[in-house]
Design a protein around this ligand. Structure first.
Ligand code: KIV
Length: 294
């Protein structure tokens, strides 16, 4: 990653469209707490997504579907404390926007007011378009998400690439245009064939952020735990690991446990002392005390 120039303060949302025009690639990564938010900030990323992938990566659910608003608000609040410069986008969990426009606005307002998010992300097109209109109408910036949308993976036939027939690819292009017209400031394209993502990217004025959608998207996103090798579930084809932290962490904990069991930890350097005369007085005093008690 070419690092961005040192600037203080929050990245303005409008800079993203300028970056697209300048063909400057946008870097997005997920984060779910204070340490991941602040590390992403220190690494100079442009956008932090508090993805509902948190359901699997940090909360231990089997899919993203069970993530609740309360859980997502708490995680977003922590990530916001760490990510000062990047835009923080909160992912609207399943059930928080599907029922009605009003419910969508109520949920998004929580992310902005209670958690301090800069924007929200919603999955899908079709009925989601009306939600986008309502959210943008309420003054909340919205990132769209089409292609493989994990919240509706069952309806899509599982976790598989989308838009692999000309009809499905045309539908994706139509959905992308509709979401742009509805006011999305950016669009995630997940598991879309690279050539289809390139065509959509060329067609839109808002930036596309790809995950498993090739290098011609305006930016890329990876899940924090995938890129760092922290998530031990199935690794999708589109993930590139930049570290193997799960192995390192497990190894460190095993060495700690062995040191505790052998008595090698804590050493003198991890231990506080007391002056000899204070210790002598303490020991004789406490002895006298226990003799009196007996
Ligand atoms: O939840 C998430 O992390 C996401 C990204 C994979 C785009 O939606």
């Amino acid at each position: 990653m070419t690092s961005r120039p040192e600037t203080s303060g929050k990245l303005p949302l409008t800079d993203l469209a300028d970056m697209k025009r300048r063909r400057e690639r946008i870097v997005m990564v997920t984060a779910y707490d204070y340490p991941s938010g602040s590390l992403a900030d220190a690494a100079g990323v442009d956008i932090v997504l508090v993805g509902d992938s948190a359901a699997m990566t940090v909360l231990g659910y089997e899919s993203t579907v069970p993530a609740s608003m309360d859980e997502m608000v708490m995680l977003t609040r922590a990530a916001v404390r760490g990510a000062k410069r990047p835009l923080v986008v909160a992912d609207m969990p399943f059930g928080s926007f599907q029922v009605s426009d009003e419910e969508a606005v109520r949920s998004a307002v929580r992310f902005v007011k209670e958690a301090g998010a800069d924007a929200v992300k919603v999955e899908g097109a079709g009925p989601t378009v009306s939600r986008v209109l309502a959210l943008v109408g309420a003054g909340i910036p919205v990132m769209g998400h089409i292609g493989l949308t994990p919240q509706s993976a069952t309806m899509l036939g599982g976790f598989r690439a989308q838009g692999r027939t000309s009809a499905r690819a045309r539908q994706l292009l139509e959905d992308a245009r509709t979401l742009e017209q509805a006011g999305c400031f950016s669009l995630v394209l997940e598991a879309v064939p690279a050539a289809v993502a390139a065509r959509i990217t060329e067609d839109l004025t808002i930036p596309t952020i790809g995950i498993g959608s090739g290098r011609d998207c305006d930016g890329q996103v990876l899940v924090y735990h995938d890129l760092l090798g922290l998530y031990q579930g199935k690794k999708p084809r589109f993930v590139k690991r930049y570290a193997e932290l799960a192995t390192e962490i497990r190894d460190a904990i095993e060495r700690y446990a062995a040191d505790v069991r052998s008595g090698a930890f804590p050493g003198d350097e991890h231990t506080y002392s007391i002056p000899d005369e204070e210790l002598a007085a303490f020991l004789s005093g406490s002895k006298a005390e226990s003799e009196t008690e007996a």
